[in-house]
Design a protein around this ligand. Structure first.
Ligand code: C2O
Ligand code: CU
Length: 462
């Protein structure tokens, strides 16, 4: 799947500054979505769609509780929107075309204006034909800062993506093809970290870093292995967790997920610490930390303190919860014979060939007319998600964070808060959350070809 030969050709990438450019709002951010040519380390330039000519787009930084005003200008030649992934946002600003807003036409604009209630690492991305638009580069980080600076010397973002490029370094224009839709999604053959191939990231011996990791790939589940550093996890999907260390130095991010790490740099000056992508087929180095110079002290430090809690409604009450189920079916080698599509029962062959649908949720392929459920504000929802397919899925909820309270029948006490959870083939996951945010909210697979191929539904909080 990953062409190692081509990947290796990209090695020896120049040690550029790997800090993502960032912007702080004065009055408003302006995000212009437009075609751009970017050097992804492949040799030539790659024609992408980008926010402000950068992939990732500019990292937007705001303080917790601050108002975010971001003006989208659309110059890509087709409709688009921006979704603010993981932000417990005002529904009207959620960026879902035809659900929370009309899509922004070519040469049109839209002012997103919302409060960011939770500190943490979030991201923004196109939510119109997102399997194509995110695949072409329309995404960036949104960092919401804690009220008090967290005690590290410095922070770095590591935004990991995989692209599907041809021999000339151009994006392969096969978006939404049936094979990707019905199998594991659009897996790429070219990794980038912060838009660069195998960047060397300069660090200082003795410093303590906060690393903000995000998986912005369309479909690839990314396991990273850290050598030479021993990070703690301090947040998942933006939400603080009790700090813990990684098993085997590995962290797995499903598409859409983020993790905040803290690590002390004990490398000798000049030493490198590789960051490797690992899967059952082998290992690829995707970036390296390179130590230069000495900070004040290299003495070991105390474990990092927990981040302050965000104002989530954590009062999950399973006894009075509204119980709902979401059963996923279909995909290659699945047993789905038909599904409801646009109000009509359609046999599988027609679903696939005529409508590009290969998956269903509760028997419906694609966005249903009526919500999966409607729940009164403040009620706990316990949702049993059943993966009756041979494929993993990265299930994402808009407007809320949830806890996985059970997996394959086993209760999971005190699991972390998340906005996206990875489910393996045939697994079942019970999630729970307090439905405290009024509006119409999507539930979908964040493997974007799966979402486009039917794995998309919604619920309403009133
Ligand atoms: Cu990041 Cu509806 O998705
Ligand atoms: Cu999926």
């Amino acid at each position: 799947m990953i062409d190692r030969r081509r990947f290796l050709k990209g090695s020896g990438a120049v040690a550029l500054s790997s800090l993502l450019p960032w912007a702080r709002a004065q009055d408003e951010f302006v995000l212009t979505a437009a075609p751009a040519t970017i050097d992804l380390g492949e040799g030539g330039g790659t024609n992408v769609w980008a926010f402000n000519d950068q992939v990732p787009g500019p990292t937007l930084r705001v303080r917790q509780g601050e108002r975010v005003r971001a003006r989208l200008r659309n110059r890509i030649g087709v409709e688009t929107t921006i979704h603010w992934h993981g932000i417990r946002i005002d529904n009207a600003m959620d960026g879902v075309p035809d659900v929370t807003q009309s899509p922004v036409p070519t040469d049109g604009e839209f002012l997103y204006d919302f409060l960011a209630p939770d500190a943490g690492t979030y991201w923004y991305h196109s939510h119109r034909f997102s399997h194509e638009q995110v695949g072409r580069g329309l995404y960036g980080l949104l960092v919401v800062e804690e009220p008090e600076p967290y005690p590290v010397d410095r922070e770095l973002a590591l935004v990991v993506d995989d692209w599907r490029l041809d021999e000339s370094g151009a994006i392969v224009e096969s978006f939404g093809n049936l094979r990707d839709v019905s199998h594991a999604g659009r897996l790429g053959n070219w990794f980038t970290v912060n838009g660069m191939s195998r960047p060397d990231i300069a660090v200082t011996t003795g410093e303590r870093l906060r690393l903000r990791l995000a998986n912005t790939a369309n479909a690839r589940i990314i396991t990273l292995r850290f050598a030479g550093i021993e990070p703690w996890v301090i947040a998942l999907d933006g939400q603080p967790c009790t700090p813990f260390t990684l098993d085997d130095g590995r962290v797995t991010l499903a598409p859409g997920q983020r993790t905040d790490l803290v690590t002390d740099i004990h490398l000798a000056p000049g030493a490198r610490a590789d960051i490797d992508y690992v899967d059952e087929r082998g290992v690829l180095t995707v970036a390296a930390l390179v130590a230069e110079g000495f900070a004040a002290s290299t003495a070991s430090r105390e474990p990092p303190p927990p981040l302050p809690a965000n104002p989530l409604d954590t009062r999950i009450d399973l006894d009075t919860a509204r119980r709902e189920a979401l059963v996923m079916r279909g995909g290659a080698m699945g047993d789905m014979n038909s599904a409801t599509y646009q109000g009509r029962e359609v046999p599988i062959r027609e679903l696939v060939t005529r409508h590009g649908m290969a998956w269903s949720m509760n028997g419906v392929a694609g966005m249903p007319e009526s919500p999966l459920f409607t729940v009164e504000r403040g009620r706990t929802v316990a949702l049993d998600m059943v993966n009756d397919t041979r494929w993993p899925h990265a299930m994402h909820l808009h407007g809320h964070h949830f806890r996985v309270v059970g997996y394959n029948g086993e209760p999971l006490p005190d699991s972390p808060w998340r906005d996206t959870t990875l489910m393996q083939a045939f697994d079942r996951s019970r999630i729970a959350f307090v439905a405290d945010n009024p509006g119409k909210w999507l539930i979908h697979c964040h493997m974007l070809e799966h979402a486009a191929g039917g794995m998309m539904t919604w619920f309403e909080v009133r």
